[in-house]
Write a protein that binds this ligand. Structure first.
Ligand SMILES: [Zn+2]
Length: 655
């Protein structure tokens, strides 16, 4: 047999890098053998990501990444070299020789990921088969009432988890090793309360639970990647429970008496499930239950239905984003196949990045009720920051996409889609509805509502256009207001126009204040239900990040956040602190205005956004210094600064 290196080299010659990269990035001919597109590894608006057909390599002139087809796959799929080789071999239909891994641990992890896919495939088939049995009658009834045809049920591989949890366990135990079962996230153990109590104690030293997530973490808990700016929580808090040493006979299926929706990765392989309960009593747990995170499943990085939607998104040139899986399936079933949904989590930045690989045009169709509006606004904010061209589809009050299609039909939905509004128009309309701009005060309020949205837009030119449009449409003739609007739009960080204190904060700062000031609601094992993050303590985690990285340095809320940090350390009640009136009002308003649960994702997004702001501040400063150096004709300094800028931009892409 050939050496593995030789095999990889031979395979590379046969592989067409343009075709493989083209599955992830829209490429266009640049001339000759050179293709160009938007870099999937950093944020950009004009393509600086080149792929060379004959030389079989890629290079990004923006962030500096480059390599061959394997490097590309390793980076974009987050896999090892041997896995990348296997992937290319699979694509070409070439049989694989055995490839050694860099270390036994790496080999174990790769094997485990493969086996976890197998066990999910097996579980999926199990659930599908159970749906067809007599015991699945009420599940079938439920699906029928939701208007799902058998073709769609088959296409989405929807299934049913029987009430008796040992059936799945036994079915899996007959085919898989015990460690795989334990790491699959598909099983729960009896006497859960007791166990999580123990875990809690053991984890007191670390802000994240050190209960080792088996395979997902590449680092041991001692080397949590805090300094490198990664989110340690990703490595373990939300992960599968630590390998449980209670006997397998006390384990049972996490999903019981539920309709099962498989969640697939981009390649269409099942990596997790969502279970919709069929019981109406409290005891049966949450309405929707998601798989625990595992080595193959990170919910903030997966978009539901992307595997089926991606081709349509490419062809149609835009995607539709909805909130839940049911909405997604309904829209897809109605023939709009370019639809995806975030599932089990608020829309996240990694998801926005993921989508952006397929183009930057998006129609967002969220539930317009008030609870949905806050989530919608945040998601839209993320998309704006990622430079999407956004349209908003607002359905009649009370209608989510699923209900709308069922009541009004496919054509009506198609019409509505065609009439979706540009995001900016939608915002102005909302501002006008909230504060009819008939009086100067209301104009100011409307403006204050709009400013944070404007400031999210990365492009200064676009911000400037928005500012013009706003003055025009709100009928702002005051010179002062116009000037402030313009200033806010151009600087991105300017003070708001005479706003109440809470509005001076960014959403991220607000969220961190909220996390730190939240009373400890005793996320104890007794109050936590299955499916919740047992060990997520917002205050502790916020404290951890702020003290580690000092991300709030220089923010308007720095003093307040520092006070809250100290209060947390001393176990003081935030509202009993000797704050000045302004700060107290601010804390109160932040706590009052928010009706959404704090989740690890929200906190993660907030920390990311603070990190980015910190880097942006540095970049601004650098820009200034570069100009200075250029003015002085100081080539050496200028070169050094330019290099520093490249480095910071690179940091920015991983922040
Ligand atoms: Zn790049």
């Amino acid at each position: 047999m050939a050496q593995p290196g030789e095999f990889a080299a031979t395979l590379k010659q046969q592989a067409d890098i343009v075709r493989i990269v083209g599955e992830y990035v829209q490429l266009r001919q640049r001339g000759g053998q050179n293709m160009i597109g938007l870099c999937p590894f950093h944020k950009e608006k004009t393509g600086s990501f080149s792929v060379h057909q004959a030389n079989q390599f890629f290079h990004c002139f923006g962030c500096g990444v480059s390599g061959d087809v394997y490097t590309f796959l390793q980076k974009i799929e987050n896999i090892t070299f041997p896995e990348a080789v296997r992937m290319v071999a699979d694509k070409l239909g070439v049989p694989m020789p055995k490839v050694p891994y860099a270390s036994p641990e790496e080999a174990r992890q790769a094997r485990m990921r493969g086996t976890l896919l197998d066990i999910h495939e097996r579980a999926c088939a199990f659930f599908q088969e159970r749906l067809k049995r007599p015991e699945g009658a009420h599940a079938r009834e439920y699906l029928k009432n939701r208007g799902l045809t058998s073709a769609i049920i088959a296409e989405f591989r929807i299934g049913f988890a029987p009430e008796r949890g040992f059936i799945l366990r036994d079915a899996l135990a007959s085919q898989f090793e015990e460690d795989v079962l334990r790491e699959s996230g598909l099983l729960s153990w009896k006497e859960k309360e007791e166990a999580s109590g123990i875990r809690h104690q053991a984890s007191e030293q670390l802000p994240v639970v050190s209960g080792q997530l088996p395979v997902a973490s590449r680092q041991s808990p001692e080397q949590l990647p805090v300094a490198s700016g990664q989110w340690p929580e990703e490595v373990s808090t939300r992960g599968a429970p630590p390998p449980d040493n209670r006997p397998l006979t006390t384990a049972y299926s996490k999903f019981r008496n539920r309709v099962i929706f498989p969640i697939c990765n981009e390649q269409g392989k099942v990596i997790a499930f969502t279970g919709r309960t069929l019981a109406s009593d409290e005891k049966s747990g949450p309405k929707y239950l998601n798989s625990a995170e595992t080595a193959i499943y990170s919910k903030s990085r997966v978009l539901f239905n992307l595997d089926k939607a991606k081709e349509a998104i490419r062809q149609l040139g835009y995607s539709i984003l909805v909130e839940g899986q049911m909405d997604c399936i309904s829209v897809y079933a109605a023939g709009f196949k370019n639809v995806t949904a975030s599932s089990g989590t608020a829309f996240t930045e990694p998801q926005a990045r993921l989508l952006s690989r397929f183009g930057k045009n998006i129609v967002v169709n969220f539930d317009p009720d008030t609870a949905g509006a806050a989530a919608a606004e945040r998601s839209l904010g993320l998309l704006v920051s990622e430079d999407f061209e956004i349209k908003v589809l607002t359905l009649d009050a009370g209608f989510d996409p699923d209900l709308y299609i069922r009541r009004k039909g496919v054509n009506a939905y198609g019409d509505a889609l065609g009439h979706s509004q540009k995001y900016f128009d939608y915002l102005i309309e909302r501002a006008r509805a909230l504060h009819p701009p008939r009086t100067p005060e209301n104009k100011q309020k409307a403006l204050n509502y709009l400013l944070p949205h404007i400031q999210r837009v990365p492009s200064r030119i676009v911000r400037d256009e928005w500012a013009n449009e706003i003055s025009h449409r709100l009928g702002i003739d005051s010179k002062v207001l116009r000037q402030e609007l313009r200033h806010a739009a151009t600087s991105r960080s300017a003070a708001r126009v005479n706003t109440p204190p809470a509005a001076q904060l960014t959403e991220a700062e607000r969220l961190l204040i909220r996390a730190l000031a939240s009373p400890d609601l005793g996320h104890s094992s007794t109050s936590a239900r299955e499916g919740q993050d047992l060990d997520f303590d917002p205050a502790r985690q916020a404290h951890f990040f702020l003290t580690q990285e000092r991300l709030h340095e220089g923010s308007t809320a720095q003093a307040l956040l520092d006070t809250l940090l100290t209060a947390h350390e001393q176990g003081l009640d935030p509202m009993s602190l000797p704050l000045d009136d302004n700060d107290r009002r601010l804390v109160a308003s932040v706590l009052l205005e928010s009706n959404e649960d704090l989740t690890p994702e929200l906190l993660e997004n907030a920390v990311r956004s603070l990190r980015k702001r910190a880097i942006l501040r540095q970049l601004d400063e650098l820009q200034h210094q570069i100009k200075e150096a250029e003015r002085r004709n100081d080539a050496a300094t200028s070169a050094r600064l330019l290099q520093e800028r490249v480095r910071l931009r690179r940091v920015m892409t991983t922040a």
